[in-house]
Design a protein around this ligand. Structure first.
Ligand code: NDP
Length: 483
């Protein structure tokens, strides 16, 4: 395959870059694309185009904007197979996964926000004693700076672009330089769909340069960022001198709380997915599995048996449950946690260091590792506290409901959790007490875009979803009429 050369997309045109950074195919470890190494200059051009486009896009009716979003969804769906292939190639995930989840969800994001913007209503309040009526109006904020990570590239980028433009903003976006190819191709779709020039601009490059330039640009009043908690702290500092709206969707250390009365067949199958889907590179992946003592031994035996059956290999083969991790550095980081676990005295029940990988020659330099299950962990183990963001999960027993709630909450993160029991009262009780933006009871990753999504504590600030994204991507104004 010919090397892919990505170009920035500014004011509706593809602009070649003056310098590039390489992008690797994680499945082979070989360079397969060149990504513009953009900086402040390119970002400034994109912001200028977006500012100009804002003048006309922001005053279009919701119906007009909705039609454009619907067209994007239609055109993207028509090129599904091409995007499925690109996303898998760029990210390392299995092809079946980008076909089942990533690209359909990107299409869905455009459709859902195209529809929800048509149903947006304003609030009003009558003050009888004061003889006054209040009502709200919403206005788009301006140029939205959108920064997205590498794990679910188009899925997460489209979850930002769709609500931003539906609300009447224009956009300057930067995906991770490790996974920029599908976003670059999406720009062709924007042109096919008739998105006016300058409404959506993509500037490719590395975070500290291109990303930072967006964050500190004075004409970008709103930043929506999805990525790591450490990067977000830096971003908050950089943005502090400006009064920017910030939405931060960050890391997680998500617990599964499994009571002995759970439907174990469903629970084990789902917890395998929640631990290892997308190579464990989903912010919502389970990485601490607490099992009530009477069920612990049986759960562990079956969970380990099923984990051992998962095939790791060529992402193009349907039989591969897991493909490759995103990069050599990330693979080393995740394997580093396995070392830490061993040094801390924990036991590897299966995976890295126990079973080897048998890969064909072509994939020997890819970034693969086996799904790994740890047991015998202390509560303060780094594996129980830090986000690993890879196929490593920890299984530990617990005695009581009160004890497991304390343990589940004893981390800096608060993104998601699962709770497994057939006792509905307990489901409600435990779900209410767990500190997480989303609690899945007897399921995982069942997402309704109408519902708020986001994290507590170090997992983020703000919520996104049909109503919540509209709140974020607009400024509300209260108008009070004295009658
Ligand atoms: P990073 O924080 O490293 O990067 C996220 C994005 O920020 C990338 O586009 C990156 O660019 C960019 N970036 C890096 N440095 C800066 C900077 N100084 N200023 C502005 N932008 C910058 O996260 P990862 O890409 O490694 O993604 C994994 C993380 O994302 C995990 O912690 C995961 O939990 C979290 N995540 C959270 C989700 C949620 O909804 N809560 C969903 C998915 C992931 P580049 O990569 O090109 O350097």
């Amino acid at each position: 395959m010919e090397e892919v050369v990505v170009a920035n997309f500014i004011n509706g045109e593809f602009v070649p870059a003056s310098s590039y950074v390489p992008s690797f195919d994680p499945s082979t470890g070989k360079v397969w694309a060149k990504i513009p190494d953009s900086g402040a200059e390119e970002v400034d051009k994109a912001v200028t185009a977006a500012k100009t486009a804002f003048k006309t896009w922001s005053v279009k009716s919701a119906e007009e904007r909705s039609k454009v979003l619907m067209k994007i969804a239609e055109k993207l769906e028509a090129r599904m197979a091409e995007f499925v292939e690109l996303e898998s190639r760029d990210q390392g995930k299995p092809l079946w996964l980008s076909k089942a989840v990533d690209i359909p969800r990107a299409v869905h994001n455009f459709r859902v926000f195209a529809s929800s913007v048509l149903h947006d209503t304003n609030r009003s309040s009558v003050m009888n004693a004061a003889n006054a009526v209040n009502y709200t109006v919403r206005d788009p904020v301006g140029v939205a700076g959108l920064i997205s990570p590498w794990n679910l590239p188009l899925y997460l980028l489209s979850f930002k672009i769709a609500p931003a433009i539906a609300a009447g903003n224009t956009v300057v976006a930067k995906p991770s330089e490790m996974t920029s190819v599908s976003a670059w191709k999406l720009c062709e779709v924007f042109n096919e769909a008739g998105v006016p020039p300058g409404v959506i601009n993509l500037v490719f490059g590395v975070g500290p340069k291109a990303g930072e330039a967006i964050v500190v640009h004075p004409d970008v009043p709103l930043i929506s960022f999805t990525g790591g908690t450490v990067t977000a702290k830096r971003l908050k500092t950089s943005a502090a001198p400006f009064s920017k709206k910030l939405s931060l969707e960050l890391g997680g250390k998500n617990p599964a709380v499994i009571f002995a009365d759970a439907d174990m067949e469903k629970c084990i199958a789902t917890t395998i997915r929640s631990s290892f889907l997308n190579q464990g590179e989903i912010c919502l992946c389970t990485s601490r599995i607490y099992v009530e003592k009477p069920a612990y031994e049986d759960f562990l035996k079956k969970f380990v048996e099923e984990t051992k059956k998962l095939k790791v290999g060529n992402p193009r083969e349907d039989s591969s449950f897991m493909g490759a991790l995103i990069s050599k550095e990330h693979l080393e980081k995740v394997k580093g946690y396995v070392k830490v676990g061993v040094e801390e005295g924990a036991t590897i029940a299966c995976g890295e260091g126990k079973e080897s990988l048998d890969l064909p020659a072509e994939y020997k330099d890819g970034y693969y590792m086996r799904p790994t299950v740890f047991t015998d962990l202390k509560d303060d183990s780094r594996l129980m506290k830090e986000e690993i963001f890879g196929p490593v999960t920890c299984v530990v027993p617990f005695d009581t409901e009160e004890e497991v709630i304390v343990k589940a909450n004893d981390v800096q993160y608060g993104l998601a959790a699962t709770v497994w029991t057939q006792d509905v009262s307990r489901l409600h009780r435990v779900s209410r007490k767990i500190q997480a933006g989303t609690v899945w009871a007897n399921c995982w990753l069942v997402r309704d875009l109408n519902m708020p999504f986001g994290g507590m504590k170090d997992s983020g600030t703000g919520r996104e979803g049909c109503v919540d994204s509209m709140d974020f991507y607009t400024e509300q104004k209260t108008i009070c009429l004295k009658l």
